[in-house]
Design a protein. Structure first.
Length: 572
């Protein structure tokens, strides 16, 4: 077993010398021995709670992480942080708390590690914002770190088919349009979510789980195993072992999260038809590393990446199917063979991506993932857009869409509730483009997801007969012609705030453009008449967030990141 020199580690500030006797006495009160206190302190953070199935299997896995740390010369210190679970926050004001929770998760992990001078970190996350939140804290703190996903939920079964919670959201639309009875809706909701774990399709949680492997912060295959399976504990223990290896070798997150690694991460999002939220989270992770990698940079990778994995909501399969078919490494291998993945990036194994993939072979007999030579479509499942309606950019998921252009008339709503009400009462027409504005990071505040609205539209059979544009976000579970992250946002006087009912809008996901048929002169006249809308929040966390949050195309960051960093925590 390796012996570590604590005199060079952050934990020396809380455990070495006569003046730290009071500090050490607290550890003895918790059952640690003098030998334990002489070892490196490793934070083990999970987002365990009873908010949703995404989180309930995490504390079990944390115990396995701790075993791996103790067996390899470290002393684990377990702590939890919050999550806001999107599926339950969806469709009401609670969703304003969702994106903000990413910052609270990153900030609370940072404060815990700083406050107690931990030397390394293992993070276990299960729900959408908790994955990027913990990855952000790892890069921010820059202590040796390993990320591990808590695992996906098992698929439900209804009428002989696999179902997910998205089927329930869309069933609400079917029910409102008379296509499904209340009894059928009840039967579906009772079976859609049969176990612990995050939503099973290629929604935000599974998208960011794939990212964790592609970016190099997670062990190969750790993203795939479903949450209820005890095999997850094997990866958890291995993550504890590996973080001690990283501490021994001095490999830190900023050695791993490089521009090339971020490009690898964006590549796997596109190849899996993943969540548009990755266009928000990857720039936020890049900000922690001091790397310029904004929405447009992400979109460039999306444009050149083939769409290879046939996953819900645009495709047929769920995360468990991808795991059984060969997992993230097999998809990375075919992408690498096609020249879409950088092989020289360092990973938490202490080896490069190329070395990790050396012995992996693509299995042509499975149906979930395609070879790079035989893509579902030649370009990725997510597309970036730019134009006079979105000068800072916007994003649209095209996986599963039959047509990539849409021209229609604006139907404007100044919040999601009013749009949802119109959808439920069917006060819209085929060919309309529903505009939901003042839902951006500042305007929301909090940049809500719109799954309740998009799910209802799709459930009514109008998924590709209308389009939807917002300065807010979409769930990774959203499907249909839905454009999000439009910037500048309405609350800041962006063009989306200047639209009027009946304005003609052109969206072209092939060309990557989004324009309203208004002259520069007309837009300028409207801008002069525009007045900022008063926020619904004058105090509390949502108000505080609105004062500091940056634009969506930069990842909605709330601090300057590494570029303004004065001292690296890992060097204190």
């Amino acid at each position: 077993m390796v012996k570590f020199n604590k005199k060079k580690l952050p934990s020396r500030h809380t455990s070495l010398g006569a003046d730290r006797a009071p500090h050490r006495s607290f550890y003895y009160a918790m059952g640690e021995t003098e030998k334990d206190v002489a070892k490196p302190f490793v934070g083990v953070v999970s987002t365990w709670n009873e908010a949703a199935p995404c989180n309930i299997a995490l504390m079990r896995q944390a115990q396995s992480v701790k075993k791996g740390i103790r067996a390899n010369g470290g002393t684990p210190r377990e702590f939890c942080t919050i999550t806001v679970t999107d599926g339950i926050a969806m469709g009401h004001e609670g969703m304003k708390s969702s994106l903000i929770s990413r910052e609270v998760i990153a900030d609370s992990a940072e404060l815990t590690v700083r406050g107690h001078c931990y030397d390394a970190l293992v993070g276990i996350a299960g729900c959408d914002k908790s994955l990027p939140g913990l990855m952000m804290s790892m890069v921010r703190l820059n202590v040796p770190s390993v990320f591990i996903y808590g695992g996906s939920i098992l698929p439900g079964r209804y009428k002989g088919k696999d179902v997910t919670v998205v089927d329930v959201f869309e069933a609400v639309g079917k029910h409102s349009s008379g296509q499904m009875s209340a009894a059928e809706l009840r039967k579906l909701e009772l079976v859609a979510c049969p176990s612990a774990g995050a939503c099973g399709g290629q929604f935000t949680a599974n998208t960011m789980a794939c990212v964790s492997e592609a970016i190099g912060l997670a062990l190969p295959y750790s993203a795939g195993t479903p949450a209820p399976y005890e095999e997850r504990d094997k990866y958890a223990k291995a993550s504890g072992t590996m973080v001690m290896n990283l501490l021994k070798k001095g490999i830190k997150p900023r050695d791993i999260v490089t521009k090339k690694a971020l490009e690898n991460a964006a590549t796997i999002v596109a190849a899996t038809g993943g969540s548009t939220n990755a266009g928000l989270h990857l720039p936020a992770i890049a900000n922690e590393a001091g790397i310029k990698f904004d929405l447009i940079d992400v979109a460039k990778i999306f444009k050149r990446t083939p769409y290879l994995a046939d996953l819900k909501p645009g495709g047929k399969y769920v995360a468990k199917d991808m795991w059984l078919a060969g997992g993230v490494p097999m998809l990375l291998k075919t992408l690498y063979e096609g020249g879409f993945i950088h092989g020289d990036c360092m990973t938490v194994t202490g080896k490069t991506m190329k070395e990790n993939l050396k012995n992996i072979k693509f299995n042509p007999k499975q149906k979930v993932m395609r070879s790079y030579k035989d893509p579902i479509s030649p370009t990725g499942g997510v597309v970036g857009l730019k134009g006079n309606l979105a000068p800072e950019g916007a994003i649209v998921k095209v996986a599963g869409l039959k047509k990539l252009q849409f021209i229609g008339k604006a139907r404007c709503f100044d919040n999601e509730e009013s749009a949802m009400k119109a959808v439920q009462s069917k006060k819209y027409n085929d060919g309309d483009i529903i505009i939901i504005r003042y839902e951006g990071p500042v305007g929301g505040p909090g940049m809500r997801e719109m799954l309740s609205t998009t799910g209802a539209i799709y459930g009514q059979g109008k998924g590709e007969k209308v389009a939807l544009i917002t300065d807010g976000r979409f769930s990774g579970a959203t499907r249909g012609f839905c454009v999000g992250h439009v910037g500048p946002e309405a609350a800041l006087g962006g063009p989306i705030g200047l639209l009027r009912n009946g304005d003609i809008i052109d969206i072209d996901a092939k060309k990557g453009t989004i324009n309203v048929r208004l002259s520069k002169k007309e837009l300028a006249i409207r801008k002069r008449k525009w007045r900022a809308r008063k926020s619904d929040f004058g105090s509390g966390t949502l108000w505080k967030y609105a004062q500091t949050v940056g634009p969506a195309y930069l990842g909605a960051p709330t601090h300057p990141g590494k570029k303004k960093e004065v001292k690296d925590y890992s060097e204190i």
